[in-house]
Design a protein around this ligand. Structure first.
Ligand code: NAD
Ligand code: WQD
Length: 324
């Protein structure tokens, strides 16, 4: 289904993992897309692959701009030459461990970059934003499933950037109610486009479970360290909510449609997860079954700062965005 009027969307961080999958869906849904990305954690080939996947006609509606949100001039250049109906804001640094060692880099990139973006959006009267938040804002939740109105707390500098940026969004909307901002709290995004042409390929040794398992499967790493086997869960390993990246991409389309359709949306947070918890050992077993490959594991102590079990309540997104 294409949109009737061609809406023009700015996608920050559109060359990255979630960005590329979302851009494919946006183009297929009839939106025009401009990406701004500094390629700090991505490669231009990923954008070429997006073009290849959508074909030559839809590719004409995609523009790539090399730029850094920390430079206001780079954002200004885009807004001064075209009108954007809304912004999907993925650009940010996301490695929890790195943020503990180098918090200034995280505050500079994630906070300054986003403030520059809001300033420029305000200047050009573009006041609709879909923001990439994270389940990290729930910290170690006392109850599960996580509901959007739970108390928010951050456990590390990366998490604090997400929490601060949520607060900033609520304050901006509080002061200027015409802003419409959707905060999407992703749980654990995994997977790839069915073509296999785009996906997640982090630089260096992966921090996250799924890319780590994948690298063990292809022989790049010898075994998976399973962090924690004495959690009070069924098999002793920690439980998370793994959401397929294509479903997540569709969640962004649903959020955009809601922004355009609902003047009363204000600044609202939605969980994007499956609502189901899966343990680390269940993930390994599922991967072995699907790939036919054995994943050697080593049972290790818990990773510091990890919660026992985190999964989403999906009610609000289902009811208000029509997304599941
Ligand atoms: P990613 O690193 O693959 O994509 C982010 C993109 O932003 C990269 O292409 C990077 O080059 C770009 N970027 C970073 N800083 C920039 C800047 N200052 N200016 C311009 N471009 C910049 O990450 P992803 O997994 O696609 O995550 C996208 C967003 O979702 C991030 O904000 C992340 O914090 C959030 N998020 C991710 C996860 C996850 O597990 N993948 C979970 C929750 C939230
Ligand atoms: C999942 C489970 C690990 C690697 C992180 C961020 C969060 C969000 C999503 C951005 C845990 C275990 C992992 C390994 C393992 N990102 N594990 N061996 O920690 O739930 O969330 O990514 O916003 O903010 O904190 O995801 O994939 O790192 O770990 O046993 O080699 O897998 O201990 O239980 P996490 P993860």
């Amino acid at each position: 289904m294409g949109s009737s009027v061609e809406q023009n969307i700015l996608v920050t961080g559109g060359a990255g993992f979630i960005g590329t999958h979302t851009v494919v869906q946006l183009l297929k849904e009839g939106f025009k897309v401009s990406i701004i990305d500094n390629l700090d954690n991505s490669v231009i080939e990923a954008v070429d692959r997006v073009r290849e996947l959508v074909g030559p006609d839809l590719s004409k509606k995609l523009e790539f701009n090399l730029g850094d949100l920390r430079n206001k001039g780079d954002i200004e250049k885009l807004f001064s030459k075209q009108r954007f109906d809304a912004v999907i804001h993925f650009a940010g640094l996301k490695a929890v461990g790195e943020s503990v060692g180098n918090p200034r880099r995280y505050f500079d990139n994630n906070l300054v970059g986003t403030i520059n973006l809001y300033e420029t959006m305000a200047k050009y009267n573009c006041k609709m934003m879909v923001f990439s938040s994270s389940a990290t804002v729930y910290g170690q939740p006392e109850k599960i499933p996580c509901m959007e109105d739970f108390e928010l707390k951050a456990m590390n500098p990366y998490g604090r950037t997400k929490l601060f940026l949520e607060e900033i969004a609520r304050d901006i909307h509080g002061a200027e109610p015409e802003w419409r901002i959707v905060l999407l709290r992703y749980f654990n995004p995994v997977g790839a486009h069915e073509s296999g042409r785009i996906g997640e390929d982090p630089k260096g040794i992966p921090n996250n479970l799924m890319p780590y398992i994948q690298q063990v499967a292809v022989g790049r790493l010898p075994e998976l360290n399973v962090y924690g086997h004495d959690y009070p869960t069924e098999d002793g390993s920690a439980v998370r909510d793994y959401i397929h990246v294509m479903d997540l991409a569709d969640g962004h389309i649903a959020a955009l449609r809601k922004l355009f359709a609902d003047p009363k949306i204000g600044c609202t947070a939605y969980n994007l997860g499956t609502g189901r918890g899966t343990s680390v050992l269940e993930m390994v077993a599922a991967f072995e079954k699907a790939s036919g490959k054995k994943i050697p594991i080593k049972l290790c102590p818990r990773r510091s700062g990890d919660a026992t079990a985190v999964y989403a309540s999906t009610e609000r997104a289902e009811k208000e965005l029509g997304w599941k």
